[in-house]
Design a protein around this ligand. Structure first.
Ligand code: 5AD
Length: 320
């Protein structure tokens, strides 16, 4: 069932003139392994402080013209309860790498949310030590997202002057070993990236093997060193999602926010994706969590959940 490709085969597939048979195959694999359900996840951005220097990201530490915020733990739990009340079954707590939120505090947040709701809790709070990941697992964390961003070690080093691909992959393997549902992912269209790189990205997802993978286009942010870059191609991004579906039939593959800020999620859902995330970050913070430029609507947790459910039904799929 699970397709195995070589790097050369993936490069050839990614570059095909007509990709429609692969989209159809990815859609079929998704239907057979996961059915028609589209999972809607609540995404809460709890802090935009970040100690890292990633050259593509609008939250990078050296950026001066950004107001930084941290949600208070009570605000986080409150927002989680609101999401639960309108039907969300998973909440993703995401932040920059913010040492103010110690693993102990994150663990307490997770426990508090688990005590009040029956939601699955996913964390996306960056690189931590093995003992911290182990502690967070004990505190009730179900899933952890930490994208490898690019599988080319040299490109990785240029984009992340303060880390290495080895370190990142080490985190993914640790999480997996600790029993987390583990999520990686990468960006499409990074300056210096080739189809060979994307093939390596897909092979890396399969080698972990990841339970979730967020694949999104690179979008240049004007206040970062990569401001003059070209945005990643949406079609190439969707091709990567479809191939990821063939290689990881059971994985949760979101139509990433970066892809959907530019329109159509119908197309991604017909090519293998089965998850979508909705930001529930309060309005007073939402626009400060500016990883890449995006026009964001005001947060209205019940209305936006309902709207998304309707969109999913109109695609013939079942929202959950
Ligand atoms: N364009 C697209 N995606 C980005 N991310 C960060 N910066 C950008 C950008 N400029 C993605 C990374 C990160 C996730 C939170 O957002 O993949 O893991």
């Amino acid at each position: 069932m699970r397709a195995e490709f070589t790097q050369g085969e993936l490069v050839e597939l990614l570059g095909r003139e007509d990709f429609s048979p692969i989209y159809a195959q990815a859609d079929q694999v998704r239907a057979e392994t996961l059915g028609d359900t589209v999972h809607i996840r609540a995404l809460l951005e709890i802090s935009n402080h970040c100690r890292r220097m990633c050259t593509y990201c609008g939250l990078r530490a050296p950026r001066q013209n950004l107001t930084r915020y941290r949600m208070e733990p009570e605000e986080v739990v409150q927002a989680a309860c609101e999401a639960h009340a309108v039907g969300y079954r998973t909440i993703v707590l995401q932040s920059g790498e913010d040492p103010w939120y110690t693993p102990l505090m994150l663990g307490q947040l997770v426990s508090a949310i688990k005590a009040k709701t029956d939601m699955a809790v996913t964390l996306g709070c960056g690189e931590l030590g093995e003992e911290d990941y182990a502690f967070l697992k004990l505190a009730g964390t179900d899933r952890y997202l930490i994208k490898h961003e690019t599988a080319d070690p040299d490109l990785y080093r240029r984009l992340h002057p303060d880390s290495s691909l080895d370190k990142r992959v080490g985190c993914l393997r640790t999480l997996k070993r600790l029993g987390y549902e583990t999520g990686s992912g990468f960006m499409v269209g990074l300056p210096g990236q080739t189809l060979e790189t994307l093939a390596q990205d897909l092979l890396l997802l399969a080698s972990i093997p990841c339970d979730m993978a967020g694949i999104g286009p690179f979008l240049p942010h004007p206040d970062t060193p990569l401001r003059d870059g070209t945005a990643g191609d949406a079609e190439l991004t969707r091709r990567c999602v479809a191939l990821a579906r063939l290689m990881l039939p059971h994985a949760n593959l979101p139509a990433t926010t970066a892809l959907t800020v530019r329109g159509d999620n119908g197309q991604v859902f017909s090519g293998g994706a089965n998850v979508v995330m909705r930001k529930i970050t309060p309005n007073c913070y939402k626009r400060m969590y500016e990883i890449y430029p995006a026009q964001l609507p005001d947060t209205d947790i019940p209305a936006q959940r309902q709207q998304l459910e309707e969109q999913i039904r109109s695609l013939g799929r079942v929202p959950l």
